[in-house]
Design a protein around this ligand. Structure first.
Ligand code: 13P
Ligand code: SF4
Length: 409
């Protein structure tokens, strides 16, 4: 088992909170979890983040990777999962970043592999009594918010996200209270307790269309938590947005200088960038989009080569859907580093086959959300699903905005 400690995203708003830190309660919880682990396996990741005032956050989080199964053992676990999915009336829903074996298992058992928007919709619409969500915590919570009548399980409940960790519900309430005139739009990568305070939830698939629409309606926006996605949406729509200062520890690592060198070496490659990446990296993109938009670009694009700036778990599905295209991972480090392209979310990596089996055999990893929080969070999630279903035209138009040089929606 490999464990890692991460210094995670600083979390003060530009305007209101001066102390960049995870709340003491959440930090205590994390440190308690760490203290239960075998420290000899810990790997420290030096990941300082700065707040708007230039102070460095030293808050920590941890992740662990499950044991890899091989050969006959792996085949036996897969066979048992397939059998139990039927017996227990369960469906497996996976994100593009999780292990390729899990993605294949989801697809071969009538489950689903998708971006965070379509994972939520699939879970809601599916008739199964039980959902196994292979992804990170907020994805399981979104499924439970939408389907309280279903039991929702995750292979490892500790699989979280730096954006979620970096947006404490109490701190967010303070930020919100200072700006009561603003429409609150939160990214899917937040806890149920933060969604309970929001008017809208968005994912990277629909954020541009929804914020554009809010701007047309004359709304001013309070945005959390990803500062890079928020900045990008602000630039594209011209909306009046106040941004929380959170970041994804995976996408924040892409390096523009290195990417420029890679582009020079592959002048005909199309550059695909997830909008959680820093501005200098986004500015080099041919296509800026969600995981599903990036896959679509590879499948439909006329180029042979694609430079991909997102978690490298996505390459599995891209290779399956576009076997003749050449995929090149965007750099996260310079020439002297030991790892040049190591964009892989430590929390997505916590999903393993054994964890899925535990969900089905032992009902482990079940998601519970307090009913009053769930009911409050439901409004913003349903609003997003209704909008995306009822305005495919606006969604498609906004997705044009993701293509460089075509301009905003
Ligand atoms: P998508 O909504 O594009 O799948 O992104 C989710 C995510 O966590 C990206 O890091
Ligand atoms: Fe969160 Fe980044 Fe991991 Fe996505 S890749 S789940 S945004 S930490």
């Amino acid at each position: 088992m490999t464990l890692g400690i991460f210094r995670c995203a600083a979390v003060d708003s530009k305007e209101t909170l001066s102390e960049p830190q995870i709340s003491p309660a959440k930090l205590k919880l994390l440190m308690h979890s760490i203290s239960k682990l075998d420290i000899s396996h810990l790997i420290t990741f030096d990941y300082p983040q700065q707040n708007a005032a230039g102070a460095t956050c030293t808050a920590q989080a941890w992740a662990k990777t499950p044991p890899q199964l091989h050969g006959a053992e792996k085949a036996a676990v897969i066979a048992r999962i397939k059998q139990l999915l039927i017996e227990k009336n369960a469906a497996l829903v996976a994100h593009y970043y999780v292990d390729g074996d899990i993605q294949d298992l989801a697809l071969s058992t009538g489950g689903f592999v998708a971006d965070s928007l379509e994972m939520a919709r699939f879970g809601k619409n599916h008739s199964a009594k039980n959902l196994i969500v292979a992804g990170v915590r907020f994805m399981g919570e979104s499924a439970k918010i939408l389907s309280p009548e279903k039991r929702v399980f995750m292979p490892d409940l500790d699989a979280t996200c730096s954006l979620d960790l970096g947006c404490d519900a109490a701190d967010f309430a303070t930020f919100r209270a200072l700006h009561p005139d603003r429409t609150v739009v939160v990214y899917a990568n937040t806890s149920a307790a933060v969604k309970a305070q929001a008017d809208w939830m968005v994912t990277s698939s629909c954020a541009l269309a929804i914020v554009h629409q809010l701007k047309v309606e004359g709304k001013k926006i309070l945005w959390a938590p990803d500062r890079h996605l928020g900045r990008y949406i602000q630039e594209q729509t011209g909306a009046d947005m106040l941004l929380w200062n959170g970041a994804c520890i995976v996408h924040d690592e892409f390096k523009a200088v290195e990417l420029e060198m890679l582009i020079a070496a592959h002048p005909n490659a199309m550059v695909l960038v997830h909008p959680e990446s820093p501005q200098a990296v986004v500015d080099l993109a041919d296509v800026v989009g969600s995981t599903s938009a990036m896959i679509k670009a590879v499948v439909e694009g006329s180029a042979i080569e694609y430079i991909v700036a997102t978690d490298n778990g996505i390459l599995h599905r891209m290779r399956q859907l576009a076997p003749n295209k050449v995929l090149i991972e965007a750099p996260t480090a310079g020439n002297s580093a030991t790892c040049k392209s190591c964009a892989h979310c430590p929390w997505m990596a916590m999903n393993g086959l054994q964890g899925i089996l535990n969900c089905l055999e032992n009902a482990s990893g079940e998601i519970f959300i307090e009913e009053d929080v769930r009911v409050k969070a439901l409004g913003c999630v349903e609003r997003m699903l209704d909008f995306t279903q009822n305005h495919p035209d606006l969604l498609a138009k906004a997705q044009h905005g993701f293509v460089k040089n075509i301009g905003a929606a």
